[in-house]
Design a protein around this ligand. Sequence first.
Ligand SMILES: NC(=O)c1ccc[n+]([C@@H]2O[C@H](COP(=O)([O-])OP(=O)(O)OC[C@H]3O[C@@H](n4cnc5c(N)ncnc54)[C@H](O)[C@@H]3O)[C@@H](O)[C@H]2O)c1
Length: 255
Amino acid sequence: MSGLLAGKRLLVTGVITDASIAFSVAKLAQENGAQVVLTGFGRLSLVERIAKRLPEPAPVIELDVTNAEHLAGLADKVREHVDGLDGVVHSIGFAPQSCLGGGFLDAPWEDVATALQVSTYSYKSLAMAALPLMSAGGAVVGLTFDATKAWPVYDWMGVAKAGLESASRYLALHLGKQGIRSNLVAAGPLRTIAAKSIPGFDQFEDAWTERAPLGWSLTDQEPAARACLALLSDWFPATTGEIVHVDGGYHAIGA
Ligand SMILES: NC(=O)c1ccc[n+]([C@@H]2O[C@H](COP(=O)([O-])OP(=O)(O)OC[C@H]3O[C@@H](n4cnc5c(N)ncnc54)[C@H](O)[C@@H]3O)[C@@H](O)[C@H]2O)c1
């Protein structure tokens, strides 16, 4: 098999529909020579159905990143399909409704804690769960939404993403000696299930549509997926703790 990821074995989390960023990553990765194992959360039969739409049907392992048993058993379950991993994709985010849509001042700690556990801490948890399979080094790649600014309606999810961006740098620090790189893609707004759960998400859509220097498609996951592939490939061998913006250039302008 030829392609950017020829011979690479990847674990891809976060597929729930074919609009998921993770679905585009898995599809493009297979088209570029990678062997893909998926994880699914909750609605496993749905994820399995979506997995069949990939160029090669991919196995699906159940993983709730807040479940210690799932995390502890992950490496053995992945080993049933591949003998090691060269890359792991974290494409997971969740915040209870109280944490979004302007609820910043009122969201209770229990809800904020859930947002942080699923969206931030899980980046480290997933990497550690996969580590036994990465003895030859490899790449961990996650998805963020530029957390250097306070956005209207993003609220505690924005705080969770700021934490994720920091966690990625710490993972880079702590796993660098083992040849493991950690990088994030900061995507612009895309119409996925996670996005639709944010009340007022249309404000992002309007802002990007009007102002992104390169223009922006709300329904094209491929640019973000391509950046994930690049970071998983051998073409960023000396890059870690980095955030690549795939947002039509929005982050660079002062509008
Ligand atoms: N859609 C956007 O506009 C956008 C922009 C920038 C970054 N992102 C990020 O991209 C990533 C993927 O989101 P998406 O937009 O593709 O939406 P999505 O809804 O398709 O994917 C989110 C995934 O998180 C999974 N998930 C939630 N709780 C989980 C848990 N406890 N354990 C394991 N998995 C769990 C869901 O099952 C789902 O597959 C998220 O980190 C999101 O914050 C999205």
